[in-house]
Design a protein around this ligand. Structure first.
Ligand code: DQA
Length: 149
């Protein structure tokens, strides 16, 4: 059974309350429930985490290196600022998918640049909570291919 870490950055604990025109009405707890159920259908175990602290996200990425085969990350605003996250993802070299609930390219220009995009396998944005489900599908395909000779 493959394990995937699903990591969430700052302010995502406020989902449901926060700018519903961008992020919808799902709460983080409902996104977690959706992800755990989706992972089960793919025979994967999902470990779901959220932190508002950049260094803790770095630590979670390091932990994933020990305990998981892949990472899905919504780094929130750190996406657009964090060299430390870029370095951590590069260092652990696990297949990683970057996700965003909103379509960051239809929003302010400061959201158009991601420090982590160059070191991930792919980016999924704009589908609300479904972005996470699509990322789980993609990661499952990547990990199942990897297992084959
Ligand atoms: C976000 C987009 C980011 O620009 C923003 O800072 C977030 C959420 C998203 O999921 O759409 O916090 O990552």
């Amino acid at each position: 059974m493959k394990t995937v870490y699903i990591l969430n950055g700052p302010n995502l604990n406020l989902l449901g309350l926060r700018e519903p025109e961008f992020y919808g009405h799902d709460t983080l707890a409902s996104v977690e429930t959706l992800c755990l159920a989706k992972a089960q259908t793919l025979d994967m175990v999902a470990i779901f985490r959220q932190t508002n602290v950049e260094g803790e996200l770095v630590n979670h990425i390091h932990e994933a290196h020990e305990k998981a085969q892949g990472i899905i990350i919504n780094a929130g605003a750190y996406t657009h600022t964090s060299v430390a996250l870029h370095d951590a993802i590069k260092a652990v070299a696990l297949p990683t998918i970057e996700v965003h609930l909103s379509n960051v390219y239809s929003r302010e220009t400061f959201r158009h640049h991601s420090y982590i995009s160059p070191v991930v396998r792919g980016v999924i944005c704009g589908f609300g909570a479904q972005s996470y489900e699509l990322a789980l599908d993609a990661l499952s395909t990547i990990l199942n291919k990897k297992g084959k000779a």
